[in-house]
Design a protein around this ligand. Structure first.
Ligand SMILES: C[S@@+](CC[C@H](N)C(=O)[O-])C[C@H]1O[C@@H](n2cnc3c(N)ncnc32)[C@H](O)[C@@H]1O
Length: 228
């Protein structure tokens, strides 16, 4: 399923049925198309523009463990996961777009960073299923930046292994006051991230950081928790 070779890619997990309905498949095709256009404009094998980490990961970097396994969910073409790999974490990129994963692998090769990529449809999955599919049952940290799946978030309290951290940064509907995209269905309501992940009944999570607000002209909810 996985390999420590730089840029080595694995595809959809055996035994993990693709929940992708027509809508999910259609959306993934849209993401493939976006990354294909990016690849045409800036081929990963040659461009000088190797992606850096998101502003969210930069803001929260002090809360990322210094070693261990890191899994970046819906990490696109790898800006965040490459930063985690460069810090020395054993990094795994999970995304539904094969085109994005190929770009991330090419960037990893160019930087001589070990990276495992896993193509997986995350829609409606529990975190535990994802960790099993990825073959990393006890990661030091799981990151989720700019990707909203409420089922996944609601499973964190039960499924995050003891000692592991979960770090999320996702835009809220307030973002629409200044930016037309992402559209409302990809946005959290105010207070929703905390309620989904660490609301009542999630006593096994310790909240290390919680914030909602504007930064870089985007309105985000951010949360970092650690399972006891
Ligand atoms: C807004 S991008 C965020 C990428 C990266 N986390 C970042 O902050 O730059 C959303 C990513 O989610 C992925 N994605 C969307 N739906 C998905 C799904 N159902 N399963 C897996 N990945 C999905 C897309 O391919 C895309 O790379």
């Amino acid at each position: 399923m996985s390999s420590g070779r730089p840029g080595a890619a694995a595809s959809a997990a055996p035994g993990a049925p693709a929940p992708g309905d027509g809508e999910t498949g259609g959306r993934q095709a849209i993401w493939d198309e976006r990354y294909r256009a990016r690849e045409l404009a800036e081929p990963a094998a040659t461009t000088e523009l190797i992606p850096g980490p998101s502003r969210a990961l930069q803001r929260l970097s002090s809360m990322v463990p210094a070693s261990g396994q890191a899994i970046d969910l819906a990490g696109g073409d790898g800006g965040d996961v490459l930063a985690l790999a460069a810090r020395g974490l054993d990094a795994v990129l999970v995304d539904g777009s094969a085109v994005a994963l190929d770009r991330a692998s090419a960037f990893a090769d160019r930087r001589e960073l070990p990276l495992t990529t896993v193509r997986l449809d995350l829609a409606g999955r529990r975190l535990g299923e994802v960790l099993d599919a990825v073959g990393r049952p006890r990661p030091a940290v799981v990151t989720c930046v700019s990707f909203l799946d409420r089922d996944l978030l609601a499973s964190v309290a039960a499924d995050l292994p003891g000692g592991s951290r979960f770090l999320a940064s996702i835009a809220t509907t307030t973002n629409l006051e200044r930016n037309p995209r992402p559209s409302a269905r990809f946005l959290l309501r105010r207070g929703e991230l905390f309620d989904l992940v660490a609301g009542p009944g999630s006593d096994r999570l310790r909240v290390l950081h919680r914030r909602q607000g504007w930064s870089d002209d985007r309105h985000h909810a951010e949360l970092v928790v650690e399972a006891r």
